[in-house]
Design a protein around this ligand. Structure first.
Ligand code: IPE
Ligand code: IPE
Ligand code: MG
Length: 248
């Protein structure tokens, strides 16, 4: 079925950037009579599948919401387990990622992560920085409002230094102060687990993204599900404020 789906995909209309809110690990674990962390562990397999699917379709940028600013308020055991899982997963996967030409990067308040995470992450980022394949971007200790706040702080700092004035402020300039400044806005944003909300993900960048919500819980989200999301995206008419006739 997976191959059948991928054959239906129009190769000339592949999004350059797909962003995913990977949600539902806790409920998946509960459905299997297990602790929440078991859901997170199984979620790693879905990350691998999404990356493989993106690579196969030549989606250049894949941004994954792995840990939000708000997630710091979860019970300490769960936060600790997630941080440990992050380190273990990077250590386990880095050679394969590198071999597959994947370029790993991260957005978010990375300096608030535990030291072991920062070191492991930075080593992996450095190792893969010259790779030319899929750009895998992990959003860690990230939120959209945090990113906008940071951008505003930097803009005000530069204005204070005199390197820019209010006349210089336009949408391009604001974008250039965002962490994702060198990546095009996601054409497609996917959220799993049946929740229809953005939960403070890429607020600035999703102004015109197509949103795709699925009931599937993240650990059950496989390559075929990624292909289904792309097929749904390809059926959408992106009008950007115009009328249908203008874009035909
Ligand atoms: C998403 O799954 C993973 C993270 C937020 C880190 P959840 O842990 O939110 O799972 P549910 O939503 O409770 O099922
Ligand atoms: C969003 O999921 C954050 C990540 C997937 C990392 P949450 O489970 O934290 O979102 P809410 O709380 O249901 O909105
Ligand atoms: Mg959740």
């Amino acid at each position: 079925m997976t191959q059948e789906l991928s054959q239906q995909i129009e190769p000339n209309n592949i999004p350059k950037h797909v962003a995913i809110i990977m949600d539902g690990n806790g409920r998946w674990a509960e459905n299997h009579g297990q602790m929440r962390v078991y859901g997170h562990m199984n979620g790693v397999d879905s990350v691998r599948e999404a990356l493989e699917a993106a690579t196969e379709l030549k989606v250049k940028h894949l941004t994954l919401y792995a840990f939000s600013t708000e997630n710091w308020n979860r019970p300490k055991e769960e936060v600790d387990a997630l941080m440990e899982l992050l380190v273990d997963t990077i250590l386990k996967e880095i050679d394969k990622l590198h071999k597959n030409d994947v370029k790993l990067s991260a957005i978010g308040a990375l300096n608030s992560l535990p030291n072991s995470c920062q070191t492991t992450l930075q080593t992996a980022i450095d190792k893969t920085k010259n790779n030319q394949g899929t750009n895998l971007i992990l959003a860690l200790s990230y939120s959209g409002r945090w990113e906008i706040k940071e951008a505003i702080k930097s803009i005000v700092d530069d204005a204070t230094k005199g390197t820019l004035t209010s006349d210089d402020i336009n949408e391009e300039l604001i974008t250039s102060y965002m962490q994702l400044n060198n990546v095009p806005d996601p054409e497609l944003m996917i959220r799993t687990s049946g929740e229809s909300r953005i939960s403070n993900f890429l607020l600035w960048q999703i102004a015109y993204s197509e949103l795709y919500f699925t009931e599937t819980l993240w650990p059950d989200f496989k390559k075929a599900d990624f292909f289904k999301a792309i097929l749904a995206y390809q059926k959408r008419e992106r009008r950007f404020g115009l009328v249908s006739k203008q874009i035909k």
